[in-house]
Write a protein that binds this ligand. Structure first.
Ligand SMILES: Nc1ncnc2c1ncn2[C@@H]1O[C@H](COP(=O)(O)OP(=O)(O)O)[C@@H](O)[C@H]1O
Ligand SMILES: [Mg+2]
Length: 240
């Protein structure tokens, strides 16, 4: 039997700003199993990114319960939350969020600098990770010297450098054309299959969601639908 990596119950999140409070998540309950690949869909403003931020322990819910890898997230302070996040969770975003002045390997190894890993060990792990995502030989390229798909691969390598068990990807193919999106999905499916990585992907695109094992739909801060994908599409690996 597979076990739950994530158990969310009746999670609520409200933003208080200048105007009316925004109830971004009204009451969300969700399980993610260890080793699962899950898609989160929903229109703009439905609460997808808010959910990802809570899943990723970047922010805390106002109410509800959240158990991540057996730990009660609600009871952790900021430092404990940051530690859990750094060790167990990797993030990927639509616009890659690479540092433009750092080359590929330095971007990938940045989390290791913060963790105090030696330069020699960083180089070794960075090269291995870039090779895993199909970018051997591009270690010293700057982001602007790489295609969008290659930049997203660098971002994925950076997200995985600390060997987290969970990858959270918020619209990872949102800035990419169809063929390049397929490449990125092939990579995520490979990492899911071969490394047992749990993956949660936010996407607008039904085709992308069909590469996952399960799809949930958010609307106005609530989970309004859930479906198992009986035969997830297998993305074709293409030449880099
Ligand atoms: N930091 C914030 N402050 C105030 N309102 C926010 C903030 N982040 C998101 N919201 C609002 O919360 C709702 C959900 O946003 P979000 O989670 O980003 O949705 P999605 O990712 O599905 O587009 C939206 O109405 C949005 O405007
Ligand atoms: Mg969003």
């Amino acid at each position: 039997m597979s076990k739950n990596l994530i158990t969310l119950q009746n999670i609520k999140k409200t933003y208080y700003g200048a105007g009316e409070p925004v109830h971004a998540l009204r009451s969300v309950s969700l399980n993610v199993q260890s080793g699962e690949m899950l898609a989160v869909m929903g229109s703009s403003g439905s609460g997808k990114s808010t959910l990802m931020n809570l899943l990723g322990c970047l922010d805390k819910p106002d109410a509800g319960s959240y158990i991540f890898a057996g730990q009660d997230v609600m009871s952790l302070d900021k430092i404990q939350l940051a530690r859990l996040r750094n060790i167990l969770i990797g993030f990927v975003f639509q616009n890659f969020n690479l540092l433009g002045r750092l080359n590929a390997i330095d971007n990938v190894c940045l989390p290791l600098v913060y963790a105090g890993v030696s330069a020699r060990e960083r180089d070794k792990r960075g090269r291995k990770m870039l090779s895993l995502v199909g970018l051997e030989g591009r270690e010293h390229h700057l982001p602007r010297q790489l295609s969008g798909g290659q930049q997203q691969r660098v971002a994925i390598a950076r997200a995985l450098i600390n060997q987290p068990g969970l990858l959270l990807a918020d619209e990872p193919t949102g800035a990419l054309d169809t063929a390049t999106s397929e490449e990125i999905m092939a990579l995520l499916q490979y990492l899911h299959r071969e490394q047992g990585l749990s993956v949660v992907i936010v996407t607008h695109e039904p085709d992308i969601a069909q590469h996952c094992q399960r799809i949930i739909r958010l609307s106005d801060g609530l989970v309004v639908a859930e479906e198992q994908v009986l035969k997830p599409l297998q993305a074709q690996i293409q030449a880099v």
